[in-house]
Design a protein around this ligand. Structure first.
Ligand code: CMX
Length: 135
């Protein structure tokens, strides 16, 4: 539906949050730890999309490995979808390599799924869908 956010790998949120607040002239509206991914995240609104800063909290996290290999920088592009399971099925049928079989819980109240960068011209792609709560 749209680019929901760009994920940027950073070494330290403490220094990158004020840097991006000054750059974007806005305040960070949320920080959140995602234990399952081994990351601390910080979010900024930029029009209809967001910037997500990602700091590793574990030696072997995807972000730690990425920074060790490539340094800080753009880590992934996240596209919002309205039916993540249908989209995962469609892309899998087309031969894209999904990194998880089922949607998993990500930051900022989303269900997410990653596609392997080897199947998408070297870019890590995330699908994300707003998690709806039913009572
Ligand atoms: N973008 C582009 N290429 C990437 C990449 C990225 N973000 N991360 C790794 N790669 C490349 C590596 O450079 C490597 O390329 P070469 O084979 O040419 O050297 C290749 O992908 C495989 O990398 P690897 O080091 O062998 O494998 P990793 O163990 O680092 O795993 C990946 C890579 C993408 C499968 C893993 O990082 C992953 O599962 N990512 C999805 C989850 C994730 O990224 N979570 C953090 C964000 C969570 C959040 O947004 O909340």
């Amino acid at each position: 539906m749209k680019i929901e956010h760009l994920g940027i790998a950073v070494t330290k949120l403490d220094t990158s949050i004020p840097l991006y607040e000054a750059l974007l002239n806005t305040t960070c509206y949320k920080t959140e730890t995602v234990e399952s991914e081994g990351v601390n995240t910080a979010f900024f609104k930029t029009g209809d999309s967001k910037i997500e800063l990602l700091e590793s909290v574990k030696e072997d996290s995807a972000i730690a490995k990425f920074i060790a290999k490539k340094g800080e920088g753009i880590h992934h592009i996240a596209f919002e979808v309205d039916d993540i399971e249908a989209e995962m099925k469609r892309l899998s049928n087309l031969g894209y390599v999904l990194l998880n079989d089922k949607p998993k819980k990500g930051a900022d109240n989303k269900l997410i799924c990653f596609l392997h960068p080897k199947s998408t011209n070297g870019v890590l792609i995330e699908l994300c869908m707003e998690l709806k709560y039913t009572n």
